[in-house]
Design a protein around this ligand. Structure first.
Ligand code: NAD
Length: 261
């Protein structure tokens, strides 16, 4: 598949799944707007390497996805840099775990802002640009936690269920416009976001990181394996392809059987 000449925003693409998605799109000839937090020197390196390796334009915008005005600016600057926004991948996300009665209100607000409201604000700003060109792809990175719940994840589960619901509404509203909106629901993917949970578990249960790793997977997934970031990127590429042009409001699950049970 060639995405030559197209342009994509991938939020939260300085790490983990977003980074793999940005690389996969660039490899298909797509210009990419990177976003996310990190060391300026490391981000500059990522940007240069991605551009050089793939012969595409790669820009970076450090919008804080919890801030609607910065999200609007991210979309406007992408249009200014590349002439449009053809693909929007809403990927930036954060996590915090605690029982609901101990869940700090500011953590609730932050997770809803970054994991859910940012998806709305980015779609709100980018969709008119896509509709004007009669082609667009919106890919929302939800989670198995958009479909089922786990204890101690009130904000994350609420946000991801919200993302799945928002995906369905936008998918319906985009019917026959040339724009599609779909979600990907990964189970466990080994990224810094999950590494923190593994290390916390090892400490809390006084077990090795290897055992915590295994137990985390085995608790949820019959297939005791992580999905790799590049496999999630493959699903995002699929959703951007012509093969997926009749998919609207769907969720693609890659979770080792977690939600099949
Ligand atoms: P990660 O921590 O490796 O990456 C998160 C990215 O989001 C980073 O680039 C970070 O800088 C960025 N980010 C965080 N807060 C931001 C903000 N306010 N503004 C802009 N950028 C911000 O995590 P990951 O595992 O790659 O997660 C990516 C997405 O995948 C998230 O939405 C997450 O919920 C989802 N997801 C992850 C897993 C998993 O097992 N890792 C499973 C299901 C869903």
């Amino acid at each position: 598949m060639s995405l030559k000449g197209k342009s994509a925003i991938v939020t939260g693409s300085t790490s983990g799944i977003g980074q793999a998605i940005a690389e996969a799109f660039a490899a298909q000839g797509c210009n990419v707007m990177l976003n996310g937090f990190g060391e300026p020197a490391a981000i500059a390196r990522q940007r240069e390497q991605m551009a050089k390796k793939n012969g595409v334009e790669v820009e970076y915008n450090g919008a804080d996805m919890s801030k609607p005005a910065e999200i609007a600016d991210l979309v406007a600057r992408t249009k200014a840099a590349f002439g449009g926004v053809d693909i929007l991948v809403n990927n930036a996300g954060i996590q915090f775990t605690a029982p609901v009665e101990q869940f700090p209100a500011e953590k609730w607000d932050a997770i809803i802002a970054v994991n859910l409201s940012a998806t709305f604000h980015a779609i709100h700003a980018a969709l008119p640009l896509m509709k004007a060109r009669k082609w667009g792809r919106i890919v929302n990175i939800a989670s198995t936690h958009g479909l089922v719940a786990s204890a101690n994840k009130a904000a994350y589960v609420a946000a991801k269920h919200g993302v799945v619901g928002l995906t369905k509404v936008v998918g319906i509203e985009c019917a026959d416009t040339g724009v599609t909106c779909n979600a990907i629901c990964p189970g466990w993917v080994l990224t810094p976001l999950v590494q923190a949970q593994i290390e916390a578990r090892a400490k809390a249960e006084n077990i090795t990181v290897e055992k915590a790793n295994h137990d985390l997977l085995a608790d949820k997934q019959p297939q005791v394996q992580f999905t790799r970031p590049d496999q999630i990127a493959g699903l995002a590429l699929f959703l951007a392809s012509d093969t997926a042009s009749n998919m609207q409001g769907a969720e693609l699950v890659s979770d080792g059987g977690w939600t099949a049970q």
